[in-house]
Design a protein around this ligand. Structure first.
Ligand SMILES: NC(=O)c1ccc[n+]([C@@H]2O[C@H](COP(=O)([O-])OP(=O)(O)OC[C@H]3O[C@@H](n4cnc5c(N)ncnc54)[C@H](O)[C@@H]3O)[C@@H](O)[C@H]2O)c1
Length: 272
C-alpha cells in the first residue's frame, strides 16, 4: 500500500516530531490535537529539528483541531496520552472519519493493540507503530501485531517505516513490547536505588553520563520524555510483571504536583 497522505493525532512530546519525520520524507501529513497550544509547540519543535529545510518540511504539515482533513488519509499514527480510555475514544473517532482502507496505528509505549483495535470496526487494520524519543533522531520503530492485526497491515506498516527512513522491528504483543520491557527494568533498578539510598538524582545522572553508560541519566531522560508518561508506563509494567519493575516515589510526587518535566518547565530539573 502506498501512503499518499498521513495523519498524526496528538502534537505533544512525540507527535510534533513524528509529523516532522513523515513530512521530511516527502509525505503530506495532517497534525491534529485538541488544543492549539500543543499544535503550536509541536510545530515549533518540528521547525527546530528541521534546521535549514524547515520551510519546505513545514509546508507539508497541515495543523488542525478537527477531523475534516482525514477523509483521504492512508495511514494514521495516534500519539495521545498513554491511557486506554483516551486511545479507544480516539480510535473510535478515527474509524468514523478515515476511509476504510486506512491503517490506524498507535504509538503506545506498551498498551494492548488488541484492546485498542476493539474500539474500531477494522481491528485487522490496527497496529502498533512505536517510535522512540527523540523521534526525529532515533531510527527504531517497533511494529506490534495485535491478535486481530492482518499480516498485510503489519507488512504495510513496516514498509511505511522504511519509507520514512526508519528501521522497523516486528514484535508480538506484551506489556512494554521489547524495548520498554528492557529499558524500564534497567531504569527500575536506578529508581529503586535512588529511593532507598537517598543519593541525589543529579549524582546518579552524572555517574551514568560520566561512565558513558548512556547519553543521558535516567532522571533527565524521564524529564525529557514526560514524567506522566514514564510514571504510567512504570505502573503498567509493575501491574503486568510485579516487583521486578518499580515506581519511583519522587516521580509520583512530581506528577501529583503537575511537574511533568520539560513539557511543563519543571520536573527533576528546571527547564527554563
Ligand atoms: N514521551 C515519550 O518518550 C514516548 C516515546 C514513545 C512513545 N510514547 C507514547 O506516545 C504517546 C504520546 O506520548 P507523548 O509523550 O507525546 O504525550 P504528551 O502528553 O506529550 O502529548 C499528548 C498530546 O495528545 C493530545 N491529546 C489528548 N487527547 C487528544 C485527543 N482526543 N485528540 C487529539 N489529541 C489529543 C494532548 O493535547 C497532547 O498534546 C503515548 O502513548 C506514549 O506512551 C511516548
Amino acid at each position: 500500500m502506498f501512503v499518499f497522505k498521513a495523519a498524526v493525532v496528538g502534537a505533544g512530546t512525540m507527535g510534533g516530531e513524528i509529523a516532522q519525520v513523515i513530512a521530511s520524507a516527502g509525505v503530506p501529513v495532517v497534525l491534529k490535537d485538541v488544543d492549539q497550544k500543543f499544535i503550536d509547540t509541536g510545530l515549533a519543535k518540528a521547525r527546530e529539528v528541521s534546521k535549514d529545510r524547515a520551510d519546505e518540511i513545514l509546508e507539508r504539515i497541515h495543523p488542525t483541531l478537527s477531523y475534516d482533513d482525514f477523509g483521504d488519509v492512508d495511514f494514521v499514527i495516534e500519539a495521545v496520552p498513554e491511557k486506554m480510555e483516551i486511545k479507544q475514544a480516539v480510535f473510535e473517532e478515527l474509524d468514523a472519519y478515515t476511509p476504510g482502507h486506512a491503517i490506524l496505528a498507535s504509538n503506545t509505549s506498551g498498551l494492548s493493540i488488541t484492546e485498542i483495535g476493539d474500539a474500531t470496526t477494522r481491528p485487522e487494520k490496527v497496529v502498533g507503530f512505536h517510535f522512540f524519543w527523540p523521534a526525529s533522531f532515533m531510527r527504531l520503530i517497533e511494529v506490534i501485531e495485535g491478535d486481530e492485526t492482518a499480516p498485510e497491515t503489519v507488512q504495510a506498516a513496516a514498509n511505511f517505516a522504511q519509507a520514512i527512513k526508519k528501521m522497523p522491528v516486528r514484535c508480538g504483543e506484551c506489556p512494554g513490547f521489547v524495548v520498554n520491557r528492557i529499558l524500564m527494568s534497567l531504569a527500575a533498578e536506578m529508581w529503586r536505588y535512588q529511593d532507598e539510598s537517598g543519593v541525589s538524582v543529579e549524582a546518579i545522572d552524572e555517574y551514568i553520563t560520566e561512565a558513558k553508560l548512556a547519553p543521558m541519566g535516567p532522571f533527565r531522560l524521564s524529564d525529557m520524555t514526560g514524567l506522566d508518561t514514564g510514571l504510567k508506563v512504570a505502573k503498567d509494567m509493575v501491574e503486568a510483571y510485579g516487583d521486578r519493575f518499580y515506581v519511583h516515589k519522587g516521580m509520583e510526587q512530581l506528577v501529583a504536583d503537575g511537574k511533568l518535566g520539560a513539557k511543563t518547565g519543571q520536573g527533576f530539573y528546571s527547564h527554563d
